[in-house]
Design a protein around this ligand. Structure first.
Ligand code: ZN
Ligand code: ZN
Length: 307
């Protein structure tokens, strides 16, 4: 083992630890996603779908820009959660304030003029919902209870919930967050990840972060480990033959699940939500191979494509 002898007078540089938690950048997040989706749409078999999603992300950005800080849980409560590794913005425990519905209205107004007939109908149906029905629709989206849900409206509700939780997550002070015992759920809001990203640059070089499906925070998890059951055995990687290798499916033979993993070294522009939507062919492949997807994408719901 090598020993470093520190000479007297030598000032040791502060060791910079990579963050275990990364906060979303609300100023650019949805705008960059929109541009990524528009780029992915070029020459893609599902170009119209991706362009619509790009437009939806642009509407999310508009909502982000026009809304302020939402009502956060009480400061003492947040601190208590942080020190005990409990997500302070937990979807089940937290009372949503009505501003998420104002965000939804902004999104619907933006999208309405450019939506196809099916989406126009979904918008009209959402606008006709009572506040109570809108809240229970949101509850079902958040808890993954999709059976019998009006799927055409679900991505619009999901988009508004993302904006609301990103507003919350970007208002939090990350200082004092302890790493929770459970690594498979978002430390900020307790939701499942949509995908994970192997990052490049600085102290984060080569590190893998899981990307929250709701508040878009990212938390570190070592590589070659199942993001669902945390097994390190039976992990394998699949991608579509002939692609750039930036998006793979990480499968686990212990729990029979998969989640996509994105590699920034293959493509710096990758975005967990956008690149997930653009790689549905990989989901079909994994489904055929008998693996179950472990995390949702709130802009795409199972069965939506067939509706
Ligand atoms: Zn989260
Ligand atoms: Zn597993």
């Amino acid at each position: 083992m090598a020993t470093t002898i520190i000479e007297p007078g030598f000032i040791q540089p502060p060791s910079i630890e990579p963050p275990f938690l990364r906060q979303p950048n609300g100023i650019v997040l949805f705008g960059e996603r929109s541009r990524r989706l528009m780029a992915l749409a070029q020459g893609h078999a599902m170009a119209d779908f991706l362009r619509f999603m790009g437009m939806l992300a642009e509407a999310q950005q508009r909502a982000m820009e026009s809304q302020g800080v939402p009502i956060l849980p009480e400061a003492g409560q947040i601190e208590l959660c942080k020190t005990h590794g409990i997500p302070p913005l937990n979807t089940q425990a937290m009372q949503r304030d009505a501003s998420w519905r104002e965000g939804l209205n902004i999104i619907l107004e933006q999208v309405a003029g450019r939506a196809n007939t099916a989406t126009q109908a979904a918008i009209a149906r959402i606008q006709a919902l009572s506040d109570a029905d809108m809240e229970s629709f949101a509850d079902r989206v958040l808890s993954g209870d999709y059976a019998g849900l009006y799927l055409a409206a679900a991505p619009l509700i999901g988009a508004a919930l993302q904006v609301y939780w990103v507003r919350l997550a970007t208002s939090l002070d990350l200082d004092g967050f302890t790493r929770p015992d459970v690594h498979t759920l978002c430390p900020v809001c307790g939701s499942l990840p949509t995908a994970s990203v192997v990052r490049i640059g600085g102290v984060e070089q080569g590190l893998r972060y899981l990307h929250c499906s709701l508040c878009e925070s990212e938390w570190n998890m070592v590589r070659i480990k199942c993001s669902h059951c945390e097994s390190t055995k039976g992990i394998a990687y699949y991608n579509i033959e002939g692609d750039d290798g930036a998006v793979k499916a990480e499968t686990c033979d212990e729990c029979n699940s998969y989640l996509k993993i994105l590699y920034m070294e293959k493509n710096m522009e990758v975005d967990p939500i956008a690149d997930d939507l653009a790689s549905l062919a990989l989901d079909i492949l994994m489904d055929e191979a008998g693996y179950l997807r472990s995390g949702p994408n709130l802009l795409l719901f199972p069965g939506m494509q067939d509706a």
